[in-house]
Design a protein around this ligand. Structure first.
Ligand SMILES: [Zn+2]
Length: 417
């Protein structure tokens, strides 16, 4: 008997795989191996070929083509990859996750582990589609980890369906599980050659039916203010307090170009980590725009702010540094648009109306696409990622499994023409 996606998800969600920012090691936390090694074992039990795990933690496996040589698409179907990340966000605890499986009956959901954590119907329009259906939440004290263990469970379930149903014809399929996506380094050591897919899909989206072929282009700006510290008792005319200059910088950041005031395709400048004392303070800022040259416009805004603040603090030294993060996958998707067309068709065959939505963020696919492996993103049915109000639609997860199973067949149909 095949195991349902839900039961796989619950097993994976209970394993703490939280990743860590600015770690020296890769993967950033050793505990991610707890799930990665389990997946190796389960992939082998399913009978997949070439199951490997490397020193970085990347897990890969193959479902070999079962197309007869005489089939019109025989030898013509490109190798397709499915990718999900095992780590969970550092923004909320991932230890002792207690997944609660419930039938949603409408209204707000007060989570039992912390009654101040409420999944509000008004803030979650897709909840209205879940009445009478099964959803999964955390108990409110941790995140759930549907991002992206739902994706892992979906890929494992699709793999199980394909190996146990030989009548479903498909080309070579590669499976990849990655660590450290949430800290921005999910593909840092990913061996694209060893993976060998010509096209890939991350299963790391959210609302059922939503597909993604566009992400932000992203840079990080780091502003450092150098001041001078001395005992406050004898500081007159000597101390240069970097914090005061930094405050003048932050207050000038445009409020109408912020994550909390923008949506859709609108760009933003987002001051997000501030550290400092008198002698030195550092501000990390996220610059985001779907239009890559727009990142320079955002940088110029910061330069203007610094130019304005510098004369107010003539003894402080202010530095601006830009670090490239990732690029809009749309810019690198290439000319072979079958990777998108087949996904759209597969979603329709699942009985859904596919909706292309721009991601106000990045995925492992942003970097893979930039490096030459076109990798759009598929929904999982999860919502409210990175916090304790995260929830998962079980039906959404099942529709995602069907979409993957349909997708490999659409590729066969298209290649036969
Ligand atoms: Zn994710």
């Amino acid at each position: 008997m095949n195991e349902a996606a839900l039961s796989k998800f619950v097993r994976y969600a209970k394993i703490d795989t939280q990743s860590k920012d600015d770690a020296e090691a890769y993967p950033s936390t050793k505990k991610q191996f707890d799930l990665l090694n389990l997946l190796v074992k389960e992939l082998r039990e399913l009978g997949l070929a070439d199951v490997t795990i490397d020193t970085y933690g990347y897990v890969m496996a193959t479902i070999p083509s079962n197309l007869p040589k005489t089939h019109p698409a025989g030898g013509k179907v490109p190798c397709i990859g499915f990718i999900a990340h095992v780590d969970t966000s550092p923004s909320a605890s991932g230890a002792n996750v207690n997944p609660l499986v419930m039938t949603y009956t409408g209204g707000d959901i007060i989570l039992p582990g912390d009654s101040s954590v409420v999944i509000r119907a008004a803030e979650n329009p897709d909840l209205a589609n879940q009445i009478g259906k099964t959803i999964v939440t955390s108990d409110g004290t941790t995140l759930l980890g549907a991002d992206d263990k739902a994706g892992v469970a979906i890929i494992m379930t699709a793999a199980q369906t394909l190996v146990s149903t030989p009548s479903i014809l498909h080309g070579d399929i590669r499976i990849g599980f990655t660590p450290d996506e949430e800290v921005g380094t999910g593909t840092k050591f990913f061996d694209r050659k060893a993976f060998g897919a010509q096209f890939a899909y991350t299963v790391d989206g959210d609302t059922v039916g939503e597909l993604n072929k566009e992400t932000f282009s992203a840079n990080q700006a780091i502003i450092t203010v150098y001041g001078r510290n001395i005992h406050p008792g004898t500081a007159k005319g000597i101390m240069v307090n970097s914090l005061r200059a930094m405050a003048d910088i932050i207050v000038r950041m445009p409020r109408e170009i912020a994550p909390e005031t923008t949506e859709g395709y609108e760009p933003y400048i987002h001051p997000h980590i501030l550290e400092g004392e008198e002698a030195r303070s550092t501000l990390k800022i996220l610059l985001r725009d779907f239009n890559t040259p727009g990142l320079d416009v955002l940088k110029k805004k910061l330069e203007q702010i610094i130019a304005e603040v510098q004369p107010m603090h003539p003894k402080a030294r202010i530095e601006l540094k830009i670090v490239e993060q990732y690029r809009n996958m749309k810019d690198y998707m290439g000319s072979d648009l079958r990777v998108l067309d087949c996904l759209e068709e597969a979603t329709k065959r699942t009985g859904l109306a596919p909706k292309w939505v721009p991601i106000r963020g990045g995925t492992d696919g942003s970097r893979l696409t930039e490096k030459g492996l076109p990798t759009p993103n598929i929904f999982t049915g999860g919502h409210n990622y990175h916090g304790p109000t995260e929830w998962l639609s079980v039906e959404g997860m099942e529709k995602s499994v069907s979409t993957l199973v349909n997708l490999v067949q659409v590729w066969v149909d298209r290649s036969a023409k």
